[in-house]
Design a protein around this ligand. Structure first.
Ligand code: FPP
Length: 224
């Protein structure tokens, strides 16, 4: 059976969930946050050490300002109300992506990372203003700047995910089969599961089912 250290998730379908329920897209995001909390609990129960959540991509800036503001207000409320609880649960929070947000959001993100830095039970990597192509470009530029060789080890070293093992498992909800500029280097050998359910409808049972299937896959990594 495969062990599992790192799960990465593209939490897709919030907006559609809102409109499907004759409500706003933003209500879908609010509901999606409840799924985030369920999945964190289930990840701990499964003794998984790393959980990477795609919360806001470099492309999501194209969305209406009202939706962007709602998402960042939701993030702010979440962090302000939950960070001490995450800390008690020994959860470490790391932001992956460029922290180019309004000052109060940036300070909150730095503080949340600092407050939880020593925790070892679960590391949550929250992808915010994250794009894989810009992450790779950043890594290559660091290599040039430091006059290093552009080999696999050095490219990985300068990614936002340095020292984090590559995801064993990538899940995308929302009945869409694309990668949307997410961890393109890191998922070279990840097992990918596309889930039909919209993110707010995704629950612990769906998560466990995927984990069970993953555990029984024969992973060869190019070998036979
Ligand atoms: C993609 O669904 C989802 C997002 C861009 C935002 C994800 C945010 C959350 C799950 C809630 C906030 C999380 C934190 C940690 C504060 P979509 O809006 O693209 O859905 P659609 O494909 O139906 O339009």
């Amino acid at each position: 059976m495969n062990s599992i250290k790192h799960v990465a998730i593209i939490m897709d379908g919030n907006g559609r969930w809102g409109t499907k329920h004759k409500k706003s897209r933003n209500l879908g995001h609010k509901e999606g946050l409840k799924t985030v909390e369920k999945v964190i609990k289930a990840t701990i129960k499964n003794k998984i050490k790393y959980l990477t959540l795609y919360a806001f991509s470099t492309e999501n800036w194209k969305r209406p300002k009202k939706e962007i503001n709602f998402l960042f207000n939701l993030l702010e409320t979440f962090l302000k109300s939950k960070i001490s609880d995450l800390n008690k649960q020994k959860i470490k929070l790391k932001i992956i992506g460029k922290k180019r947000f309004p000052k109060k959001i940036n300070s909150l993100l730095y503080k949340s990372e600092k407050d939880t830095f020593k925790n070892k039970k679960l590391q949550i990597n929250l992808a915010l203003n994250y794009g894989s192509k810009s992450e790779l470009a950043y890594s290559f530029n660091q290599i040039i700047k430091n006059k290093k060789k552009a080999n696999e080890k050095n490219i990985s070293k300068y990614l936002f995910t340095q020292n984090i093992p590559d995801p064993d498992l990538l899940i995308r909800t929302g009945d869409t089969q694309r990668l949307s500029n997410f961890l393109l280097w890191q998922i070279a050998y990840s097992e990918i599961f596309f889930e039909k359910k919209l993110w707010p409808d995704f629950n612990e049972k769906d998560y466990y089912k995927i984990i069970k299937k993953y555990k029984n896959i024969k992973r060869n990594f190019g070998n036979i």
